[in-house]
Design a protein. Structure first.
Lengths: 382, 379, 158
């Protein structure tokens, strides 16, 4: 639909009245502006608090605000009373709108570490434009084959970061406003991924080789992860599974980085990815602890979705440049070294992911998952 | 699952065989010869670092981006080689003119370096020792309740639209990511400040919420951006400026200066987007006017909600006595006039100055101005 | 005055230096982790230190007899030669090079290993990676001494 058509045919929502014609409102406001205040809000039926930071160095955290009716501990499991924008703890009165939230159950979104992760994300922010030593990278360019490998990896990593960003942005809109701290954390996660898209794009283009090839296998897998139909599945697939993979990749690239500037770059993105995984793990753990009967459904989801992790791990737009970077080049000896490092890395990646699943409460995942046996088959065919 | 990959990676023999070959050192390396542009980028200003503006070259840049994105409907970054078989991620907005704004990349870089922290950058410990008169505390708590109430709309809505934009609009999506975080920070700082007043949160504002729902339910990016960035945030920017002016403490002034910085970027995007549209698509003029009519209704309704107006009067007049309220009402009327004036000034700059002739909001503004002149408040 | 590694004084010196560079570490953000450093000597000696970080500071350093993995996020363990090679590299380059960063050394566990009970807590190594690395990188401001047999080995290897 063109812009024309979109703006002219209809609007989805029209206000219940034309306020310019609202005589009652006009009269009321006139009285107020002449000094006759209603003060109908003055004695709001809310809890009186006066909060201050428990730790002055740490500042006033959301944890400090976890008090009485304002606190997240106070939230019921099911939000039935508020589908509006009204902030948790405020007095709800009058005709508040229904904003159409479809995620209204605390255990479907919550994690015990989400408040800490949000505060941490804010303080550990960084800006790619100025926090990466671009000058150093320009002064000491890589040999063409290593630069090509880095450019390809960075192209691939932008694709992944785009999906992680989309997982959060797609669901924020649907999550009840009562879960303020969780929504705020998702906002921080969105910014983290935007930062990653930025830094990988900049790194790819700095070296003069341009971007490389988008990955069909990875993108098909990524779209399947993004297509999760419930928030818990989206988090399990996007934050825990995909996040675990990305954490491993960033770590691996930092370990074989061709320069100090790139070591730092990948160290910084590692930090962000670790929070993503931290939330994913904590979220699944909270969900299973409160809804243990759902564990079997999560296993079932992973039974189907884990092939996406395999697809991403085996994408040649990721695997081949990683082999080249790990081995330091494209000579047969370098490729052999690189392949052997990447084999270890792949095993480590899958093992770390399954370990996180177990920690998250998905008991027996390591035994149930097909990933280890498929990976072994691939690795041992050498 | 809403989508199933076209490849079952556990079963696809080609995929698994190729992977085995890779690990044996048999690399294809065709990606090395990707059919993409080879360009060199360097930081134009090393002190500014490497910016998106530095990357504005060739097929990677936003300047040369075509108006209609016909080829890339995937997750692929702009300028990458697009092999057959990439999924269609069902982008709903693939026209540059619907999203672009002059200086989008500048707003983004600025946002990334100007992030601040509501937890640490407000002197909370000092505020804890501050005693305000009872009526000021209550009024301030009510104003803060309204402010925290409306901020998450400005988070939810850009977040939702980000996912619908074609992935080629990198700079726009990234800018919206910064807005999402900015607004979460605003919801946070206003909530925290309310909880330090001794009163906590006060009453929600149904009239505002009913009005602002229009932003949430916008059915096009253009409609959303006009309502949110230009109109809603434009009014809120003026509100922040006045709030800084009437702030009860120095720490509160600092808080409002910080939120103002963020808000100004959002309004900047909205104004520059409308300018872009008016310059490139002048035929949209009438359609935009039609939309602005309903959006101004939203604003007028929300702006006259008593949960905002009355606390403002008390804060501006510094009390509840008759003389305080008289003074407060004058200042509040001036503030409301300023809000409307600045809105129409922005429209003037975007080439929509004729709006003044037909707008009900403009008539309201003129009535307000006349009454203030009659009262001797303004010349 | 030179400081022996491994020793409590070494970690106290890093702690003090971190406090002098408060602005830089504050810029990196909150660091909330308690982790151990376990050094294994060539003749069966063992040194164990616990480093507790909170907010922007290294709150406490202590020498311990054992690690309680339920109360410690992770332990970085390695033989003395690996640790001294890393520190010597830091001193030479004013910061670890890629081959000697903590991430690289612990990556496949060949030089340094990461011991942990809870993978979530282990992941704090990644969450605070840059701060932890920069903490150890402060070694370049110190004059170090190593046990004699290691000094000779390290001089040959690096």
């Amino acid at each position: 639909m063109t812009l024309d058509a979109k703006l002219s045919t209809y609007m989805a929502y029209y206000l219940e009245k034309d306020f310019f014609e609202d005589v009652d409102m006009f009269n009321l406001v006139s009285k107020v502006m002449q000094g006759d205040l209603t003060l109908r809000w003055y004695n709001a039926d809310t809890e009186h608090v006066r909060l201050f930071p428990k730790d002055r160095e740490r500042g006033l955290t959301y944890e400090d605000c976890n008090v009485g009716s304002y606190g997240y501990d106070h939230m019921p499991e099911l939000i039935r009373n508020n589908y509006s924008m009204a902030p948790r703890g405020s007095e709800l009165w009058g005709k508040l709108p229904d904003l159409g939230y479809t995620v209204n159950r605390k255990s479907e979104v919550w994690s015990d570490n989400v408040v800490a992760l949000y505060e941490e994300a804010k303080t550990r922010r960084w800006a790619p434009a100025v926090d990466v030593a671009w000058d150093d990278l320009t002064k000491t360019p890589l040999p063409p084959n290593l630069e090509a490998a880095m450019a390809q990896l960075c192209t691939f990593l932008q694709e992944c970061a785009t999906v992680v960003m989309s997982v959060s942005s797609r669901w924020i809109y649907s999550i009840n406003q009562e879960f303020l701290e969780l929504k705020s954390y998702l906002c921080a996660q969105i910014l983290d991924q935007a930062r990653h898209i930025e830094v990988f794009r900049k790194r790819a283009l700095l070296g003069g080789q341009g971007l490389k090839r988008a990955s069909v296998t990875a993108e098909q897998a990524l779209k399947e992860i993004l297509g999760a139909e419930t928030y818990i599945e989206a988090s399990l697939g996007g934050n825990l599974m995909l996040g675990s993979f990305l954490l491993s990749v960033y770590r691996q690239i930092a370990a074989v980085a061709p320069s100090l500037a790139e070591r730092k770059l990948f160290s910084l993105v590692t930090q962000d990815a670790a929070r993503l995984v931290g939330y994913g793990s904590g979220h699944v753990r909270y969900y299973i602890a409160h809804l243990p009967q759902q564990e079997v459904k999560l296993h079932s989801y992973l039974d189907t979705a884990e092939h996406c992790l395999l697809g991403i791990l085996g994408s040649e737009e990721y695997l081949e440049p990683l082999i080249i970077l790990a081995g330091g080049g494209t000579t047969p000896a370098e490729v052999k070294t690189g392949s052997s490092r990447v084999v270890r890395f792949l095993s480590q990646t899958v093992a770390a992911y399954l370990e996180r699943c177990e920690r998250a409460g998905l008991q027996g995942r390591a035994q149930r998952s097909r990933l280890p046996q498929y990976l072994q088959r691939i690795i041992h065919s050498q | 699952m809403a989508y199933l990959s076209t490849i079952d990676f556990f079963e696809d023999k080609n995929f698994l065989d190729r992977w085995k070959r890779n690990l044996k050192g048999d690399l294809d390396l065709s990606w090395m010869q990707a059919k993409t542009e080879k360009i060199a980028v360097t930081p134009e200003n090393p002190r500014r670092g490497l910016t998106f503006r530095d990357l504005d070259k060739g097929t990677y840049g936003f300047t040369n981006q075509p108006e209609f994105e016909r080829r890339n409907r995937s997750f692929a970054p702009r300028g990458a080689e697009l092999p057959e078989g990439l999924p269609d991620v069902q982008a709903e907005v693939s026209q540059k003119g619907e999203v672009w704004a002059y200086n989008t990349e500048g707003y983004y870089e600025e946002a990334m370096t100007r992030q601040w922290n509501a937890t640490l950058d407000v002197p909370w410990h000092d505020l804890a020792k501050t005693e305000l008169p009872d009526e000021i505390s209550r009024a301030y708590a009510q104003l803060l309740t309204f402010l925290t109430e409306v901020e998450m709309i400005a988070t939810d809505v850009p977040a939702e639209w980000m996912g619908k934009l074609n992935n080629n609009f990198t700079e726009v999506k990234n800018f919206m990511a910064t807005q999402v975080m900015d607004e979460a920070r605003h919801a946070e700082v206003f909530r925290k400040r309310a909880l330090t007043t001794g009163y906590g949160l006060m009453k929600a504002s149904p009239q505002n919420e009913i009005s602002l729902k229009q932003i949430r339910d916008a059915d096009s990016f253009a409609e959303m951006s006009l309502s949110l960035h230009l109109i809603g945030e434009g009014f809120v920017l003026t509100l922040f400026r006045f709030s800084e002016y009437i702030s009860p403490t120095e720490a509160d002034k600092k808080m409002f200066r910080l939120v103002m910085q963020d808000e100004a970027r959002h309004v900047g995007y909205g104004v520059q987007h409308l300018k872009w549209v008016m310059r490139h698509f002048p035929e949209k003029r009438e359609v935009i006017h039609k939309h602005l009519e309903e959006a101004e209704n939203m604003l007028f309704g929300g702006g006259n909600a008593l949960e905002v107006t009355e606390p403002f009067i008390i804060l501006a007049g510094k009390g509840l006595k008759k003389e305080n309220i008289e003074q407060g009402a004058k200042i509040t009327a001036m503030f409301q006039l300023k809000q409307m004036e600045e809105y129409f000034e922005r429209l003037d700059k975007c080439g929509l100055g004729e709006r003044r002739k037909t707008s009900k909001l403009h008539r309201a503004m003129e009535l307000t101005r006349a009454s203030l002149q009659e009262a001797g408040v303004i010349a | 005055m030179s400081i022996m590694f491994p020793s409590l004084s070494f970690f106290q010196a890093l702690q003090n230096t971190m406090r002098q560079e408060e602005a830089r570490f504050r810029r990196l953000g909150f660091i909330d982790t308690t982790f151990g450093v376990h050094v294994l000597g060539p003749h069966g000696q063992e040194w164990r230190y616990l480093l507790a970080f909170e907010v922007f500071d290294c709150r406490e350093v202590s020498e311990v007899r054992d690690f309680d993995l339920t109360a410690t996020d992770f332990v970085l363990q390695g033989d003395l030669a690996a640790w001294t090679e890393m520190l010597t590299n830091i001193q030479r380059n004013k910061g670890a090079d890629v081959e000697h960063s903590l991430n690289t050394l612990t990556h496949f566990g060949e030089r340094l290993q990461m011991i942990y009970d809870d993978p979530d807590n282990r992941d704090k190594f990644f969450r605070f990676q840059e701060s932890i690395q920069q903490f150890f990188d402060l070694t370049h401001t110190l004059e170090l001494e190593f046990p004699p047999s290691v000094s000779r080995q390290t001089a040959t290897a690096v």
